[in-house]
Design a protein around this ligand. Structure first.
Ligand code: AGP
Length: 609
């Protein structure tokens, strides 16, 4: 998730672009750049770092331009660097573009273009687009972009300009957001509304496949079939702060609602839908290496550690290899039994968490192979691990991790399926079944949001209490741990998660009349056992909330209030079952008036021990 801006009009384009990028910095902030036409020439200023660094780079130049493109980056392909930052160009430097999205077939296109003599200056997937447009360019930029667009697989929001045609910018979108702000003698293109509000409240939203030719006084739009189309101009009522949150009250709620999209993005280019199987080309592990692992450690902190708890069951079930899940701050000071046949999977959204990093370094010293699952390209964990599997959740602004956790669960499921497929440790049919479920997850997740209102009521009830219990068995217990942490860290309610079968060994003493107990009941092989644990707390007066499958009729006789998820394979239920718990935590925190995005005493990335 990056932020792109394009401007053509009467104002100083560089100033407008940089102000627009500042409003999109929540979309990515590891490098930034602008390109503009000055004295008939395309000029580019770009740098690794924040937009402030770009400002310092541009200031002091006496550029004069009324047309330009801008970009703030969240690296996916190619680490944050000056070369990899946008805008990118074709070989001649006369065609410049900015891009948000992921080009899945960039490797094949790059090979073909290299054979045709093109010279590449970056490691990015984006740069292939500039050279592809160049391949088709015979003076008509629109035609060249149309043809290039047909060859691109993946997601893209593009803005392109060409030196000989300084009176227009052409933009094109598929699976990435793109809006056009309609001004007076000026028009501004952007990934999102915050970037245009300083200029206008009149917006055109492009649809998938649309191509727009934007000049300072006109916007002409063609749909994916090349037909000219008219779009309704929407009037935006939001202020900039609201717009940055996409109209949501907090980044956390916005990020909870971004989960179907980030699941799609994290699956992108990793699922061979014809064969219904996961393909992780980015890993260079050989079949022999994967087969040689006789012990796996999953090491992380906080929410990422909870993802590991789910990963353990997936890997033991599919890869048939013993897995130990460890809290990094404990693991690094223990002497785990590591050999050269040990695999350590470290999980970290930020890729900078001190304890996880130390655990990584220690594991390598002890001779283990290390795979990192992380959300930040170029982070220290990604640079020091032997292999990296990136989650494409985009920047996660709220301290409480939601969408990053969900993409970690997906990454662990993909890695488990990929390993099992490689060493044939599970039946092909089972792996295809699980892979086809992964494709459906984004759409199935949409159904969970339909319950947002009743979940808000549950949250308001829980918000009246200073303690709450989450119970479950097997993978439900792992998700209960995450549910409890979410509630604790943003609503400050003392929430505990327990293996449901463990309650009668002590904790049951804490159950008093009316206390909220959330029971997760999505694991068929321990369904009856979990129901009897629910009955145990109910008998002691607890207010019983249950999370079960939509088609589960029995649960309504047992629990006071039921929340549901669509029925999916038991190994994959955590990807759905955690979302109602995220929403309950969010609304309970709102009901208790806490600073949801920046809860007390916490930091987004804990870089100290
Ligand atoms: C989760 O909501 C918290 N922000 C925290 O527990 C977090 O998961 C933990 O600090 C690990 O962070 P990481 O994934 O960036 O390594």
């Amino acid at each position: 998730m990056c932020g792109i801006v394009g401007y053509i009009g009467r104002e100083d384009a560089i100033d407008v672009l940089i102000k627009g990028l500042e409003k999109l910095e929540y979309r990515g902030y590891d490098s930034a750049g602008v390109s503009f036409i000055d004295e008939g020439k395309i000029r580019i200023e770009k740098t690794k770092g924040r937009i402030n660094d770009l400002k310092n780079k541009v200031n002091g130049h006496d550029y004069k331009s009324k047309i330009g493109l801008g970009h703030t980056r969240w690296a996916t392909h190619g680490k944050p660097s000056n070369e990899n930052s946008h805008p990118h160009c074709d070989c001649s430097g006369k065609i410049s573009l900015v891009h948000n999205g992921i080009i899945e077939n960039y490797k094949e296109l790059r090979e073909k273009l290299l054979k045709n003599g093109h010279v590449f200056n970056s490691e990015t997937d984006t740069e292939v687009i500039g050279h592809l447009v160049e391949e088709y360019f015979e003076g008509d930029l629109l035609e060249a972009i149309k043809k290039a667009g047909k060859e691109l697989k993946g997601s893209f929001a593009l803005a392109v300009m060409e030196e000989q045609n300084p009176d227009k910018i052409i933009c094109h979108r598929k699976d990435s957001p793109l809006v056009i702000g309609i001004g007076k003698d000026e028009n501004i293109i952007a990934s999102d509304i915050p970037a245009i509000l300083a200029h206008t409240k009149d917006v055109l939203i492009l649809d998938d496949g649309d191509i727009a030719v934007v000049s300072k006084s006109e916007v002409i739009i063609f749909d994916e079939n090349g037909h000219k189309v008219d779009k309704d101009v929407l009037k935006i009522e939001w202020d900039v702060k609201e717009a940055e949150k996409g109209g949501y009250e907090h980044f956390m709620l916005k990020e909870i609602h971004e989960q179907p999209q980030v699941l799609k993005d994290t699956l992108r280019g990793r699922l061979n839908e014809q064969e219904n199987l996961v393909e992780l080309d980015e890993l260079s592990l050989t079949t022999e290496e994967i087969a040689s692992f006789d012990k796996i450690y999953m090491v992380a902190c906080g929410t990422a550690y909870h993802a590991g708890l789910v990963g353990k069951t997936i890997f033991e079930s599919l890869v048939k290899c013993p897995v130990e899940v460890d809290i990094a701050s404990e693991y690094r000071y223990r002497e785990p039994l590591i050999t050269k046949n040990t695999l350590v999977i470290v999980i970290s959204q930020s890729g900078e968490t001190a304890d996880t990093l130390a655990a990584l370094r220690q594991s390598k010293k002890w001779g283990a192979k290390v795979i990192a699952i992380t959300n930040v390209v170029g982070s220290t964990v990604s640079r020091e691990a032997d292999e990296v599997l990136y989650t494409w959740a985009g920047p996660e602004i709220a301290v409480a991790s939601t969408k990053a956790y969900l993409t970690q669960l997906l990454a662990l499921a993909m890695l488990g399926i990929y390993f099992a497929r490689t060493i044939k440790s599970a039946p092909q049919k089972r792996l295809e079944e699980l892979s086809s479920y992964l494709v459906k997850m984004p759409e199935l997740l949409e159904r969970v949001y339909d319950q947002e209102e009743p979940l808000k009521e549950i949250a308001n009830e829980i918000a009246k209490w200073d303690s709450t219990f989450f119970i479950g068995r097997a993978l439900d217990w792992a998700v209960a741990e995450e549910g409890a942490l979410k509630l604790k860290e943003i609503s400050y309610i003392q929430a505990e998660a327990y293996a449901a079968g463990e309650l009668k060994h002590g904790t049951l003493a804490l159950i008093v009349e009316g206390i909220p107990v959330i029971t997760l009941v999505t694991q068929p092989h321990v369904y009856e056992k979990t129901i009897s644990n629910l009955q145990e707390v109910k008998a002691r007066g607890a207010k019983c909330f249950a999370l079960a499958f939509e088609d589960d009729e029995k649960i309504y006789q047992e629990a006071d209030i039921v929340m549901t998820i669509p029925r999916v394979d038991p190994l994959l239920t955590p990807i759905l079952s955690v979302v109602p718990l995220q929403l309950i935590s969010y609304y309970a925190a709102v009901a208790r008036g806490s600073d949801v995005d920046k809860p007390r005493n916490l930091a987004k990335s804990v870089t100290v021990e």
